[in-house]
Design a protein around this ligand. Sequence first.
Ligand code: FPP
Ligand code: MG
Length: 334
Amino acid sequence: MSSWLVTEKRSWPEWLALQVLKVGPIPKHLALIMDGNRRYAKLHEQETFHGHIAGFKTLTYVLAWCRDLGITEVTSYALSIENFKRSKEEVEGLLSLASNKFEEVLNEGENLAKHGVCIRIIGNLDLLPTYLRAQTAEVVLMTRNNTKCFLNLALAYTSRDEITAAVRECAIAISEGRLQETDITPRLLEQCLYTAQSCHPDLVIRTSGETRLSDFLLWQSQFSCLFFTKVLWPELSIWHVLGAVFHYQRHHHTVVAARKQAKLLYDRYELEADQACSLDDPECGCDGTKARKIRVERFIADLVERREKTYHALSTQLKEIKKQQQESCEQEQK
Ligand code: FPP
Ligand code: MG
């Protein structure tokens, strides 16, 4: 059985390069568009599926390089909603690869806890098959208290879908009187995204020579440093990642300055939203600003609670499915 946590001894040139880079600013959060798996498979005269398997292996190596560099959060684009348009055979292959890998995660709980690895799944879980959906919930619940490093896997994800879902949440809350129109600010919308628990990616790497974001973290990558490389994803080496980090270091000051400016702008949006509230809110017996704060906090707490309930329901579902599978296995053996 393979592990999500690979340990490799660094060669001395790699070790030296790591130490040199670590003198400069290191991205906290790295986002990955893992492109080129099928071309890799074709190049090596293999079935497409083998390209994706090789791609997964590369992901585990990248995670180890990130640990060595001190990058504490990685978000990777494992399956986009667009990918569902591929052949039935390829989609089923990708879904079963994900399911097998999640089963491995579920068997590796102690090891992941030892290394403090928290795995989150971002995307529209409703689009996944029942069993895989239930597995993702179990993985999230099992690793949620690990706090050293974070892996966000985007499954059935696109930014448009994510932002649409966030806007829908706000629209429903307005129609039910839980929010007011003027409560909607970029900060509030951001808290409705699947990535609400994460900081924005500092660096985005896309492999295979394509220079597009393909609907990945469009909101969150507002000030990310983008690094495109021609190498196919399964052939990515530690040197490409170190090169990308060096690219980030050269542009770090502009990223910091842009984020500072943006913070001022978003503070102003909050202020305007506060000013738009009436001075007194008889309903809560306090001033309008405080009333808005309470409304927004309740709205977010409600959203978090609903997502939490979904995870627990899915986890229960997984246990039931596994129990049924076990029972039918025993029946067959009799
Ligand atoms: C893009 O290459 C890659 C994908 C659509 C799938 C990426 C998935 C993995 C690397 C494994 C994911 C891991 C889990 C746990 C599910 P491509 O297929 O577009 O290749 P091409 O650009 O050469 O056509
Ligand atoms: Mg591609």
